[in-house]
Design a protein around this ligand. Structure first.
Ligand SMILES: [Zn+2]
Ligand SMILES: [Zn+2]
Ligand SMILES: [Zn+2]
Length: 78
């Protein structure tokens, strides 16, 4: 398991650096998928206004099983 921060490279969804993102493991039992939240607050090109966090990736099986409240967070794909 790698650390939850300090990842190298760039996000293939929003093009911001991966170390500007926070990664959370899905909280569903036995699930290894991750939620990926971008914290730059700059996604006007995705029609997201203001300095809000956005979800770049999430667990497709459990879209809300995150310790962070992602219920109303904008999602950048799918
Ligand atoms: Zn971003
Ligand atoms: Zn991103
Ligand atoms: Zn899951």
């Amino acid at each position: 398991m790698s650390a939850s921060s300090g990842r190298s490279g760039f996000c293939d969804i929003c093009s911001h650096a991966n170390n500007e993102h926070t990664f959370y493991a899905c909280t569903a039992r036995g699930c290894r998928n991750e939620f990926k939240i971008c914290q730059t607050g700059s996604h006007q090109e995705f029609n997201v206004d203001g300095k809000v966090y956005v979800l770049c990736d999430w667990c497709l099986d459990h879209p809300y099983s995150c310790i962070w409240d992602v219920t109303s967070m904008p999602r950048l794909k799918r």
